[in-house]
Design a protein around this ligand. Structure first.
Ligand code: ADP
Length: 489
């Protein structure tokens, strides 16, 4: 809107007519005082100001306007009878656009100047708006930066108070903070402590984790700068996500050397104990067999009944000891597979026979579905038998009071898949990932069913050595399907 200020209504009228004719919005004031009041109340793009007015004259109005932040940028066109002292005008109104027109007003020149100032005003407005947006943006960024710095400082404070070695890195894995403890192990703040020559390279393992956007968990041996011996540490590097992108990594090295030592001692004890148990057990087995054959004829029935019971218990003990021996073989990397071609269908039939034979007192039927395997399989027959017996024994054990188990076999793209399904107690979903771990048993049911939690671990190791896969589908109360696959070639 344009404000026309003149004490003579006829002057105002002609100017108003001229400007309205060109579609400008116009407001008017008949004195300097009125003009000042209006300027404070409304927004004007331009003021056309008569210089000679009674009361406050045009120059004084301009000077007053220049003192208000609201009006200091409004352009002014002075109307004066004579070409008045321009220097005074410019001084009084230094920051605004200034021009003057002498009376009588030439309409063409006035319109030209009005248009120019109007455009100038619009541009100034746009510029101010952009500036304001920029200022807001800067404010927001400053605030975000301050918050981020505060969070980072807080994180560093926490990491500093940890008993572990701790560090953070940026999204591309450049270390940008290390706690005090770091310097007991590393000579520089940007490179990892020295690892044992036989251990995996931290940088390579982490690069791989970064590539897949996953946390890294690694057992490595590192040593204190002034020490000679390496100690086992668990290195964990977790990504921190912001808007689903990795913005940082936080890492810790936790000393697990004592725990590893205890684990090693336990493994050694198990290994020695199972070896030592095996020899007397083998003799007991042999002598009970001899005993069975030498029963006195008059007491043959009761005698054999008792000997059979001893034999069953001895063979249970034998399989426990064999499992423990297998565990120590796995721990020492000595579980070797003896690969030979054999007929899978014969093996399966034998396994089912054995299961019926060893579980005479249960009324479960083992159903066979899927296609029969015609081609010979190359694998360790005894070990595959062990896996099948383990899956089936579990299916019987963990499905009491049910009447069937299904064994399904299928082949697909050079792969043999064997599934054992029961309709028993099932396994909660959150426990399923751990089922094949060493000594793992589902807590809720562990008291009701006897076991050591090593059968499936041994199975997983056997299948792994055959380059096969294993897993399960299960629903609590409905049953479980345990499967494994073997490559056919
Ligand atoms: P064990 O049976 O001697 O405890 P396993 O290694 O064979 O050891 O099995 C580990 C755990 O997995 C078991 O303790 C049990 O909790 C669970 N499990 C295995 N098979 C089944 C199954 N068919 N149904 C339900 N739970 C099972």
């Amino acid at each position: 809107m344009i404000l026309i200020v003149d004490d003579k209504p006829e002057n105002i009228y002609s100017l108003e007519l001229l400007l309205k004719g060109k579609n400008f919005a116009v407001d008017t004031a008949l004195s300097g005082e009125e003009a000042l009041k209006k300027v404070l109340r409304n927004d004007y793009a331009l003021i056309i100001l008569d210089v000679q007015m009674p009361g406050i004259d045009g120059f004084e109005v301009a000077e007053t306007l220049s003192g208000f932040s609201k009006s200091k940028d409004i352009p002014i066109i002075f109307l004066s009878a004579v070409n008045t002292d321009k220097k005074f005008i410019t001084k009084g109104y230094a920051s605004g656009g200034i021009d003057y027109i002498t009376k009588p007003v030439d309409p063409d020149i006035l319109l030209l100047k009005v248009k120019t100032f109007y455009r100038l005003y619009e541009q100034t407005l746009a510029l101010n708006e952009t500036q304001q947006t920029l200022r807001n943006e800067i404010e927001i960024r400053k605030k975000a930066q301050a918050e981020l710095t505060e969070r980072v400082n807080y994180l560093h404070l926490i990491l500093e108070s940890l008993p572990q070695i701790a560090f953070t890195a940026n999204e591309i894995g450049e270390i940008d903070f290390v706690n005090d403890k770091w310097f007991s192990y590393a000579t520089s703040a940007t490179s990892f402590p020295l690892t044992h020559p036989e251990d995996p390279c931290i940088k390579e393992e982490w690069a791989n984790a970064m590539l897949h956007h996953i946390p890294l968990e690694l057992e490595v041996r590192i040593k204190e700068i002034n020490e000679d011996s390496f100690r086992f540490h668990l290195l964990r590097i977790m990504p921190i996500l912001e808007n689903e992108n990795i913005s940082k990594w936080v890492g810790t090295f936790t000393d697990i050397d004592d725990r590893k030592l205890i684990e090693k001692k336990k493994d050694e004890f198990l290994s020695i104990a199972s070896h030592e148990l095996k020899t007397p057990l083998t003799s007991i087995k042999a002598y009970t067999q001899l005993l069975g054959r030498s029963a006195p004829p008059e007491k043959e029935y009761t005698f054999n009944k008792y000997v059979n019971k001893v034999q069953t218990q001895v063979s249970k003990l034998n399989s426990l000891v064999t499992d423990l021996l297998d565990i120590s073989k796995i721990d020492n990397g000595k579980l070797r597979m003896n690969m030979q071609a054999f007929d899978f269908e014969t093996l399966l039939a034998n396994v089912i026979d054995t299961i019926y034979h060893t579980h005479e007192n249960i009324a479960m039927k083992i159903e066979r579905t899927g296609n029969s395997i015609e081609e010979p399989i190359t694998a360790d027959e005894i070990r595959i038998e062990q896996v099948l017996i383990n899956y089936l024994t579990n299916a019987i054990k963990y499905a009491p009071n049910t009447d069937k188990i299904i064994i399904n076999t299928s082949t697909d793209l050079n792969l043999l898949k064997i599934e054992v399904t029961d309709f028993g107690i099932g396994i909660p979903e959150h426990k399923q990932p751990d089922i094949f771990n060493k000594f793992y048993r589902v807590e809720e049911t562990s008291l009701k069913f006897q076991g050591l939690g090593i059968g499936l671990y041994i199975c997983s190791e056997i299948i792994r050595q055959h380059r096969g896969t294993f897993g399960l589908y299960s629903e609590v109360g409905k049953g479980s399907t345990f499967y494994f696959t073997l490559p056919l070639n």
